[in-house]
Design a protein around this ligand. Structure first.
Ligand code: PMP
Length: 304
């Protein structure tokens, strides 16, 4: 990943990809106190466009606010940088990764002289969970790791350190031969995937866990809006693990994962054991929306 051509924005400068480095005493590397985003740009008939750029940048600043981390740039500047990183790297479609982290100015939890550094990189990234899985669905296991408790870490923040929990769950799932983990909250209710929000469908109605310890996903919000626009009812509520087992359909949403069908959970088929019709409808609507083939929500697309 580090050994390639391209340019990365770091603290206001455009740095050759291979030289975009930080010191081994970088504070965030040691303690995980940092914030980041995952954003996608898609090829559209009018040129490459970033999907819900302003919403992602707002969440980045909210995450930093939650952590008490002052970002030394404003949102408009970082929006411009994200457009430019796609342009400068000559990408038609892209995954964009902004991150704000504490530097190597001090060490220890009590360091009080830390600077906040910002980077933005972009590269081309296809289907996060694989093209075939987008058609046929993925196999998921309920994790032995619970999702964070709301008073143990700040779940509204997309914070680096929160991903230790995601990584433990994902590694366990992959080791056991599954494609992704489904994490329950500390009370045992279904919460989210390691990097995705989760939805189920039953009798034509869509359900998703209400946001307690799950990230307030931008794809989740998009899918809720799209569902309602085509007349489907969406209910946010507590969901139990066995409700997922007996759902007609289930799917994950995320910027990287887009809309990924779930065909199996803990060895039980979900519905017909393949991508369900409502999932398929929402998945294609999502792709129409992000690639500018829908007339609704032009404000969600920012041309680079
Ligand atoms: N939950 C977690 C833990 C995530 O990492 C992500 C990916 N950012 C999501 C949900 C989905 O969020 P979004 O749709 O904004 O990418």
């Amino acid at each position: 990943m580090a050994d390639r051509d391209g340019l990365i924005w770091l603290d206001g400068d455009w740095v050759p990809w291979r030289e975009a480095k930080t010191h081994v005493l970088t504070h965030t590397l040691h303690y995980g106190m940092g914030v980041f985003e995952g954003v996608r740009a898609y090829s559209t008939a009018r040129g490459t466009a970033i999907f819900r750029l302003q919403d992602h940048t707002r969440r980045l600043f909210n995450s930093a606010h939650i952590l008490g981390m002052p970002i030394p740039w404003d949102q408009d500047t970082l929006n411009e940088v994200q457009r430019e990183v796609v342009r400068r790297n000559g990408l038609d479609s892209a995954y964009i990764r902004p991150m704000c982290f504490y530097g190597a100015e001090g060490m220890g939890l009590r360091a009080d002289n830390l600077r906040v550094h910002c980077m933005v990189a972009a590269w081309s990234w296809g289907a996060y969970l694989g093209e075939e899985n987008m058609r046929n669905g993925i196999r998921v296991r309920v994790s032995s790791f619970a999702r964070h408790h709301v008073n143990i870490t700040m779940c509204r923040a997309k914070a680096n350190g929160n991903y230790l929990n995601s990584m433990l769950a994902l590694q366990e799932a992959l080791r056991d031969g599954y494609d992704e983990a489904l994490l329950l909250d500390t009370e045992g209710y279904v919460m989210e995937g390691s990097g995705e929000n989760v939805f189920i469908v039953r009798d034509g109605v869509i359900y998703t866990p209400d946001l307690t310890s799950a990230l307030d996903g931008i794809t989740r919000r998009t899918v809720i809006a799209l569902s309602e626009e085509i007349g489907l009812k969406v209910i946010e509520k507590r969901i139990t693990r066995d409700e997922v087992y007996i759902a007609d359909e289930a799917f994950f949403t995320g910027t990287a994962a887009e809309v990924t069908p779930i065909r199996e959970v803990d060895g039980r088929w979900i519905g017909a054991g393949t991508r369900g019709p409502i999932t398929e409808r929402l998945q294609s609507l999502y792709f129409e929306q992000v690639s500018g083939r829908r007339s609704e929500h032009p404000e969600w697309l920012t041309l680079i």
